[in-house]
Design a protein. Sequence first.
Lengths: 105, 228
Amino acid sequence: MTWASIIIAGILTYLTRMTMIALVDREMLGDKIKAVLEYVPSAVFPAIIFPAIFINDYGAFIEMNDPKIFGAIVAIIVGYFSKNIIATILSGLISYWFLIFVVFS
Amino acid sequence: MLSKKQLFTKGMIDISPHMLSVIPFGIICGAIGVELGFSPYLVYAMSFIIFGGASQIVFLQVLSGGASSLVAVTSVGIINSRHLLYGAVLSEYLEKLSLIKKLLISYLVVDQGFAESNKFFKKNKNEQHLHYHLIGTGCTMWVCWQISTLSGIILGSFVPAELGLKFTIPLTFIAIVVQDLKKIDHLIVMITCGLSSLLFFDAPFKSYIIIAPVIALFVASLITRLKK
């Protein structure tokens, strides 16, 4: 039963990936839609970022002094100026570690 | 004009920094599956069949929480529906490919790969074999995902939970969008999406992951109208 649902979930997932690539061509998308699609990364990724920072494992909002908020702010500043993915991730992670292991321990 | 091999390599290079978050997350994913009591084969098969990080964890958590498989499958479908948006963006660059190539490449479309290849596509619209960049990012993600989930399954959670490596996931996506913060229109769209995702976090089937982008794209469409 679980196997069957994994396969169905896999087919569904594949359909979400394939549908637009295989069925849409340029003529179908007007300039207006294309202009809006420019915003897809900005319109999707914060829905991954915000809950991962502001909501904890138990589905509750975190306190405003949570180390994750500090880590995210450091990552944003470092990422903005360095334009470097590795520096962004490491600066955020290390500042987060600094708070949980050194300051709050 | 870059060769296919150069484009493929460029894709691999562009995606590789994200492995800092993908690999720990893969290990966690594999370990959680086994800890929840599922067979190792089943947990691994998901990496191959579904190939979608967060949705795999949710699937197993929903099932082990006692919900029906219908709920689990629906959740996966809804969480992964964001790929429809990625596909709509990518279709412009992939339209010249044969149907069979489109069908094969589709399997490799994942968040970070889409983000990096889309950035590359925008700057190099005239390259002839652009899709090799997407194959490069997709294959790198695929190989790292298989290896990391597999090691999580076999070795268990050898990455201590105290390290909080799950936090690298939002960081990796911050790295993707951070340069667009200086554009006020993008900033508005991002804040709309982020706040909507928190507002609708408790919506059924994790549907906040697609509700928030739809609201944000609606705001984006208003912005494009105002711009004219």
